[in-house]
Ligand binder design. Structure first.
Ligand SMILES: *Cc1c(COP(=O)(O)O)cnc(C)c1O
Length: 383
């Protein structure tokens, strides 16, 4: 039996007819970029997330770059973030000319350890860029209070957390659940096919309540100007979202809640089956509604790669998200400011211990039982 990490074909079958008809309509319309479907998607995503504005762009990486620039962050600014993330987070900060400053992560959620943020703040700090990794939100109630205290921008990388929620109330008796991406000054989504809301190509979106940020983001995606007047005050990008992606995403948005519930069911089944094994199952904090974009277990460093190979021999495909913390990447180490600057033991250890298992809404229960069985067998064989 061959079990992929993610299977996108199954989901397509469910919506094939709807998608094919809608795509044909777009093809016939003659409007292919930044048209009515992009506009409608922006309205639908902002309404889903509870923000005033949404701006469709060409990728999640662009959503990050554009949010940073639209918030006025650039040269000589420091941006506090996590070393345990997809590299695009860090590259976006570097590409706008700012310096990423790393804060270690929490052992159980893999997210930035909010308690360690204050110590990393300097006179140059302008923003905090939390990443809601794997579908689990950062503790935003605490993070936002730090940001307010020091007057810092908050730009959320919610690329892996479309549909995740976070309780930002300090009063435990009246919870205030907010969608990932909607809590800071700007939130960034990726519509890469394997994300919770994935297109059939690249795409991304910035959401915000700040009108100025939204307007700047709209300008930045079309070279920084006004497309009617051809006057340019700032240097922007070609970062447009196309109509085909937008119509596909609009169709998939209707199912995203249901698919998130299905992901959670798969994750809970794994949790139940793996609970008594030596692997550590993912934690969900009371303040977070996990969407399980990725299902990641921990296992001792000495056994991790052996387990990966063992599962592979049974056709089970797993992946290591992420093998190297960003502060140890060559691209970062080569910056003089980054050299030898950090000791981030929790992130480093996570890189040696994590293993992500197959998870997607359509993954059959029988396959999860099979995978869990093999994991149990692995330990029985070893111990
Ligand atoms: C996928 C991802 C991105 C980048 O999104 P793209 O659409 O691939 O550019 C950024 N940050 C995180 C955490 C991601 O998972």
């Amino acid at each position: 039996m061959e079990i992929p990490l993610v299977d996108l074909k199954e989901q397509f079958k469910l919506i094939q007819k709807e998608v094919e008809e809608a795509v044909a309509d777009v093809l016939k319309s003659g409007i292919y970029i930044l048209g009515p479907n992009v506009e409608a998607l922006e309205k639908e995503v902002s309404s889903y997330c509870g923000t005033s504005y949404a701006v469709g762009v060409a990728s999640g990486t662009d959503a990050l770059r554009i949010s940073l620039l639209a918030s006025g962050i650039g040269k000589d600014d420091e941006v506090i973030t996590t070393p345990f993330t997809f590299i695009a987070t860090i590259q976006a900060i570097m590409q706008v000319g700012a310096t990423p400053v790393f804060v270690d992560i929490e052992e159980d959620t893999f997210n930035i350890d909010v308690d360690k943020i204050e110590k990393a703040i300097t006179a140059k700090t302008r923003a905090i860029l939390p990443v809601h990794l794997f579908g689990h939100t950062v503790n935003m109630q605490r993070l936002l209070s730090i940001a307010r205290k020091y007057n810092l921008f908050v730009i959320e990388d919610a690329a892996q957390s479309f549909g995740s929620e976070c309780n930002i109330a300090s009063d435990t008796f009246s919870p205030e659940w907010k969608k990932a991406g909607s809590m800071g000054d700007a939130g960034c989504f990726s519509f890469f096919p394997t994300k919770n809301l994935g297109g059939f190509g690249d795409g991304g979106m910035v959401i915000t309540d700040n009108r100025e940020v939204a307007e700047k983001a709209k300008a930045l995606r079309v070279h920084g100007g006004n497309s009617n007047s051809y006057s340019y005050e700032i240097s922007g990008y070609n970062s447009r979202l196309d109509e085909l992606q937008a119509i596909i995403l609009r169709i998939k948005l209707k199912y995203v809640e249901k698919w998130t519930e299905m992901r959670k069911e798969k994750a809970f089944l794994y949790n139940k089956l793996l609970f008594a094994t030596p692997v550590k199952i993912p934690n969900s904090k009371p303040y977070a509604r996990h969407s399980f974009c990725v299902y990641t277990i921990r296992i001792s460093a000495a056994l991790r790669d052996k387990l990966k190979d063992f599962l592979k021999s049974y056709g089970i495909n797993t992946k290591i998200y992420y093998p190297i913390p960003a502060n140890l990447q060559v691209m970062y180490r080569n910056l003089t400011s980054g050299k030898g600057k950090y000791s981030l033991p929790v992130a480093k250890k996570a890189c040696q211990e994590v293993l992500s298992l197959p998870v997607y809404p359509e993954l059959e229960e029988g396959k999860i039982i099979y995978i869990a069985e093999k994991i149990v067998n692995f330990f029985n064989r070893k111990c």
